[in-house]
Design a protein around this ligand. Structure first.
Ligand SMILES: C[S@@+](CC[C@H](N)C(=O)[O-])C[C@H]1O[C@@H](n2cnc3c(N)ncnc32)[C@H](O)[C@@H]1O
Length: 219
């Protein structure tokens, strides 16, 4: 159920990297990019090809990915801690399920999803020290065979793929696939961006219609 909130409300924001551009201005940037011919729906295309039905867009912001996924026929729920971002999502798609909540503490015990998506660098916008709790909480929202999908910039002094894989392992997840981009360009060690899919450890999962087994380091 979507709750009413003030636009400047931000839940659990202490210590988090602030977004310089929020709400409608954030969305406007992507609309301008799209007008120049840039494909701004790489994340949605990536998820759609996974062939699943339901998606939790975790840190959905203005809903740009969730709204596109809904247009492509998927069931979506969007959660974000920033009310200004969610206000834009609600204006753009009032019929969808948007929730103001902190991913660290959001109660996801009553539902489960085929895909939990962390798009647009959400992992590096989390308050430092909360990453493990967020990954564990999101892992608990995965259906058997479900996938946690995350894309974010890598920083040798910050979040690396090794650290992210450790966070996932602690949350009971193993690496299934890793790419350099949302267009599935091959992953190369030392790359500046990674798109990773993880599944509950030992799960037999279908990836791109093919059976895969989550088994740990396939970097
Ligand atoms: C760079 S934006 C990405 C938004 C969206 N995923 C996209 O790709 O356009 C990062 C988002 O993560 C959200 N966020 C950061 N930490 C969060 C947390 N602990 N709980 C919920 N949302 C969080 C921010 O509010 C922000 O909307």
């Amino acid at each position: 159920m979507a709750e009413r909130v003030e636009e400047d409300e931000q839940v659990g924001m202490a210590g988090r990297r602030p977004l310089v551009v929020r709400g409608d201005d954030y969305d406007q940037r992507f609309q301008e990019l799209a007008q120049t011919g840039v494909d701004v729906h790489g994340e949605a295309s990536f998820v759609k090809v996974l062939g699943r039905r339901s998606v939790l867009d975790a840190g959905c912001g203005t809903g740009r990915v969730a709204i596109e996924l809904a247009h492509r026929g998927m069931e979506v729920v969007g959660i974000d801690a920033d009310a200004a971002m969610l206000a834009t999502a609600r204006r753009r798609a009032p019929e969808l399920d948007w929730r103001l909540a902190d991913l660290t503490t959001a109660d996801l015990s009553a539902e489960s999803f085929d895909v939990v998506l962390l798009a647009g660098n959400v992992m590096i916008f989390l308050a430092p020290g909360t990453e493990a709790a967020v990954v564990a909480n999101l892992a608990s929202a995965l259906r058997p065979g479900g996938l946690l999908v995350a894309g974010f910039q890598l920083d040798e002094r910050g979040l690396t793929v090794e650290i992210y894989d450790d966070l996932c392992r602690a949350g009971g997840l193993s690496l299934v696939q890793r790419y350099a981009t949302w267009d599935r360009e091959p992953w190369r060690v030392g790359g500046g961006y990674a798109v990773s899919t993880h599944a509950l450890a030992g799960d037999g999962v279908l990836v791109d219609g093919e059976p895969e087994r989550a088994q740990g380091a396939r970097r």
